[in-house]
Design a protein around this ligand. Structure first.
Ligand SMILES: Cc1cc2nc3c(=O)[nH]c(=O)nc-3n(C[C@H](O)[C@H](O)[C@H](O)COP(=O)(O)O)c2cc1C
Length: 469
């Protein structure tokens, strides 16, 4: 195996590992995908049979993780109305996918499942308890993506009439995760005695309340649950602002990274490595991978891929783009003046506590704060971002695999790719599973296929806080 030097100036030379792969199923049915060629006929979202089929196909290919983001509100930031999102099916409908995960777990053996819950709106006891149960049902295949939600439509469903301040959302996340981890560790595996001869069930000296009293939560504990196969789910975090990275460095085991340019990914990797060291987790620099959000579209020929790409472009109209962007950034782009600088846009997004990474962050990184834009130019960038076609890897399995191998080496060689598909389900993910993933495996580019019994082991991670020993 090759040795490569560590990223971010903090690493010793380390062994290069293969890529991990995940499918992001959050939006397998929205933004017009449901109507594209190759969509299911006779079954539609949220029919579990669709998801079971995707799970079986992805497991045959050896994909590590199927992932669901989450959001509870219909986008309503654009023009202060949900009409455009409702009309064009932008990021809705969305369900709580945890029951769907149980149905997928029942028809598979190895593949992992990532679920997203918001530390801004949820209570940690509910989430810790649910994820423990799901880890049992899936026999140790659950990951938890914790998000500090920026979206106004979500906030309004949980009694917030305005979004919580950006940095405060992360203070709440820090406390939320401390509570969850303490709960998962409150009944260690070694506490369960289960002695049939005496009927003695568990050792009380090992089962403790957590007695947490903090700024946001008061939780007595313990979690009155059996310790789960992984002890705790694999902990994932996605926010990529400096505060988001610093907060997650305390606990994160796998990062869901906003894709973007190689330079942007390198910066993110370096910031994460530095934050892990600052949090006293220097050894985690090697084990915490970043799965880069990557939209991919593969065809049996370059021509087929290009034709399918055109199907995607045909769907998006200005109202759909506006609804998509405004929701994800948390800023109403319809209010922009006719001309402005990127710096002014960033300041406005900060003022309304919107997402400073993602679209706006990558615009600032690529154009610079002093660049001047017209509304029309901004919407052209926005169209590229919403369709994803500016950064979609599109081509044959061989050409997309070439691009991924080069990107992986250039961006830290830890983690891999979270693939989204702009095509209809199941055909888009089916092509990724049947063409792209086998091509990567044939080249020896992937991490070993399901090397362990749990998702944590398959990702090469150590035991979580709650795992005995
Ligand atoms: C790759 C990626 C995936 C995300 N997925 C979700 C999600 O599923 N639900 C959600 O509410 N927020 C999601 N977010 C938003 C983040 O949780 C966070 O609110 C946003 O990135 C702003 O925080 P930041 O300024 O630290 O980046 C995601 C962000 C990124 C970069």
């Amino acid at each position: 195996m090759a040795l490569v030097s560590g990223a971010g100036g903090v690493g010793e030379p380390r062994e290069q590992r293969g890529m991990h792969t995940a499918f992001d199923l959050s939006f397998a049915h929205t933004e017009g995908r449901w109507a594209r060629p190759g969509s299911w006929v006779g079954a539609s979202f949220p029919d579990v049979r669709i998801y079971q089929e995707i799970a079986r196909t992805a497991e045959r290919a050896g994909v590590d993780l199927l992932f669901f983001g989450d959001g509870s509100g219909i986008p309503d930031t654009w023009r202060g109305s949900m009409d455009a999102a409702v009309e064009w099916g932008i990021q809705w409908p969305r369900h709580d996918m945890s029951p769907v995960v149980t149905s997928m777990a029942a028809v598979t053996e190895h593949i992992g499942f990532g679920l997203t819950y918001s530390s801004t709106f949820q209570h940690p006891f509910t989430v810790a308890r649910l994820l423990n149960s799901l880890d049992h049902v899936s026999r140790g295949r659950i990951a938890f993506n914790v998000v500090a939600s920026a979206r106004g439509a979500d906030a309004a469903n949980y009694g917030f009439d305005e979004r919580m301040d950006h940095d405060e959302r992360y203070d709440r996340m820090a406390e939320f995760m401390a509570v969850c981890r303490a709960l998962w560790a409150s009944v260690p595996a070694s506490a369960i005695v289960a002695d049939r001869s005496t009927g003695r069930f568990a050792d009380p000296s090992q089962v403790h309340p957590i007695d947490h009293v903090g700024r946001y939560f008061s939780v007595k504990g313990p979690l009155a649950s059996m310790p789960s196969p992984q002890g705790q789910p694999v902990l994932v975090q996605a926010g990529n602002s400096p505060k988001g990275i610093a907060t997650s460095a305390e606990f994160v085991e796998l990062v869901f990274g906003f894709g973007g340019s190689v330079e942007g990914k390198r910066r993110h990797r370096a910031a994460l490595d530095a934050a892990l060291v600052a949090a006293g987790r220097a050894s985690a620099v090697d084990t915490v991978g970043i799965l880069w959000a990557t939209q991919a579209l593969v065809g049996r020929s370059a021509r087929e891929a290009a034709e399918r790409r055109d199907e995607v472009a045909a769907f998006w109209n200005p109202e759909a783009v506006g609804a998509f962007l405004s929701h994800n950034v948390g800023f109403d782009f319809s209010t922009l003046p006719t001309r402005f600088t990127v710096g002014e846009l960033v300041a406005e997004v900060q003022r309304v506590n919107g997402a400073q990474g993602g679209f706006v962050g990558s615009l600032a990184a690529s154009l610079g704060a002093s660049a001047s834009l017209s509304r029309q130019e901004l919407f052209e960038h926005g169209w590229q971002h919403a369709t994803g076609l500016d950064h979609t890897l599109c081509g044959t399995a061989a050409s997309v695999a070439d691009a991924l191998e080069a990107d992986f080496e250039a961006t830290g060689s830890r983690g891999g790719y979270m693939f989204a598909s702009p095509l209809a389900a199941p055909s888009g993910f089916g092509d990724l599973a049947e063409l792209l993933v086998p091509e990567l495996r044939r080249r020896g580019a992937l991490a070993p296929r399901y090397a362990g019994a749990t998702l944590r082991e398959n990702l090469g991670l150590e035991g979580g806080d709650g795992v005995a020993g």
